[in-house]
Every structure is written in C-alpha cells, then in structure tokens.
Design a protein around this ligand. Structure first.
Ligand code: SF4
Length: 75
C-alpha cells in the first residue's frame, strides 16, 4: 500500500494450505465464515468496517493453525 492509499475496510483470508477444519472461525464469526461440506472454513465475500479490526484479529488468533489473517480490503 502506498502513502496515497487508505484502507476502506477489512477482509478475512484463509490460507487453505493450513486450514485443518477446526471450525473456530465460523463458530466465532458466523456472518463472516461458513463451513464447507467437510468442515473446512470458507470466507464470506464481505468487507468489514475498520472498527472491527480488534474483534477480527481475535478471531484470527483463535485459529489453531494460524490459517486466518485480516487484510485491508484493497490488498
Ligand atoms: S478455525 Fe482455522 S483451521 Fe479451523 S476451519 Fe477456520 S480457518 Fe480452518
């Protein structure tokens, strides 16, 4: 991101290589994640307000596989 760009919102990302299907993400933030057919998390296509950053970071930290990250919506 350059100095001219400003974040307008936040998104979750899941690194599917590390997701092991523990389900913490969709349990903790059910509006932002869904489970696939076998219990792996999938991110709902949605931009979250910057005011949710701390809450979203808490959800990311709760993933035992460190598969969830929070990124700027422009990233
Ligand atoms: S909490 Fe982490 S490991 Fe579990 S389903 Fe979500 S992304 Fe996958």
């Amino acid at each position: 991101m350059t100095a001219q760009q400003t974040e307008t919102g936040l998104r979750y990302r899941i690194d599917t290589e590390f997701c092991a299907g523990h389900g913490r993400c969709y349990a903790l933030d059910p509006d932002a994640f869904v489970s696939d057919d076998v219990g792996y998390g999938e991110v709902v296509d949605k931009v979250h307000p910057l005011s949710r950053r701390d809450e979203m970071e808490s959800v990311a930290v709760a993933c035992p596989e460190e598969a969830v990250t929070v990124v700027g919506s422009e990233d």
